[in-house]
Design a protein around this ligand. Sequence first.
Ligand code: NCD
Ligand code: ZN
Length: 430
Amino acid sequence: MLDLCLSNCKIVPENITRYIGVDGGKIVSIKRTPISAGKNIDISGNIILPGLIDAHVHMRDPGFTYKEDFRTGTEAAAVGGFTTVLDMPNTKPPTNTVRTFKEKINIAKDKCIVDFGLHAGADDPTEIKELAKLKPASFKIFMDLYDDDYLMDLFCEISKIPEINGSKPIVSLHAEDKEIVERCTKKFKENLNPIIYANARPPYAEEVAVSKAIIMANKYDLNVHICHTSTGKSLNMINSAKKNGINITSEITPHHLFLDPSYLDMFGSFAKTNPPLRNMSDKVNLIDLCKADIIGTDHAPHTIEEKKDNIWNAPPGIPGLETALSLIMTGVNRGKISFGDVRRLLCENPAKIFNLKNKGFIKYGMDADFVVVDMKKRDVIKPENFHSKAHYSPFEGKKVRGLPIMTILRGEVVMYDGTVFEANGKYVYN
Ligand code: NCD
Ligand code: ZN
């Protein structure tokens, strides 16, 4: 007899009802008729998706655990329907050496309640080759921190890494041009009106960085992933590069999709993020979703005290794990987003791009990771209820319809109706 049967699961976009058998944490059967198992969970005709994968989170652990840690961050993930998170390297110490990478795996193993992988920092060229052997999800480079010569050196260094298990390393890029950002910031820095922040890091700062990324991806034959692509133009540039045979992928965040600079007016520094929120005419839009490869939240928590500071001093970043799916499902309910895009952008493509072999699909042999969504359930976004330590959000007060009600990690329920249960998150690249 199997461990578990999930009954009456509505699988979308196919719109079929199935019984899913789980054994040893894996999907072992998908049938039209009931499956006998030690335990049965009736999904009652609700939507089931593969557990969501967030390829862009900042868990702040170690070093900034007053903002977030692997425990609270993965609780937020479970509440939001995410069963795998890929953590960014800008911690203290940064995850840019073999030693700090191994240390972070150990910290995360003890605290995570969903599965995790780690991006590595690429800013120590002497470590890159050895770091690659530990299978980082990617090498992350913040283009806004380095000049072109240094960026070229880093790309060149990464291009020398031999393939690991048949795949070339991926370079994840924060694509904003350092020189443009510095020049524009200087110009506006006297102005304390939060809305000015969008001008300090203008769309062309991103688009110039994306074009440099395309040139470097071509020159060094690398796989490049553009994090938080915020303008429609950047997305088009990435897609034409793809057509020309360049290995490049794009990520969109819910805040760049749903918000604009008027939220800087309303929420001040709490809506400050890099790249900044974009004007209606520049921003990525719902109709662009078909051109994007993944949705990542860029869950970037800070403390309320830090975010209360003025627009220049407050740190950039918005927590996103607990709001992403309900915002997106609200779009589905309004007929603006398709279930197919949700599954592609939040499950299948993140698994394919970041080599998560057992994740992202409801198929025989895959990890039994699921999120169950009640498409009728309504809520109002209330940051005070977040499991994340960051109790703020520019989405505060937004009405949403379509909520994650259950998250299952390798056959175990880790979240039900907002309550989180104990679970052992595993490192996904073993
Ligand atoms: C990120 C953070 O807080 O770590 N913030 C953000 O606004 N996206 C860092 C970054 O990506 O610049
Ligand atoms: Zn980020």
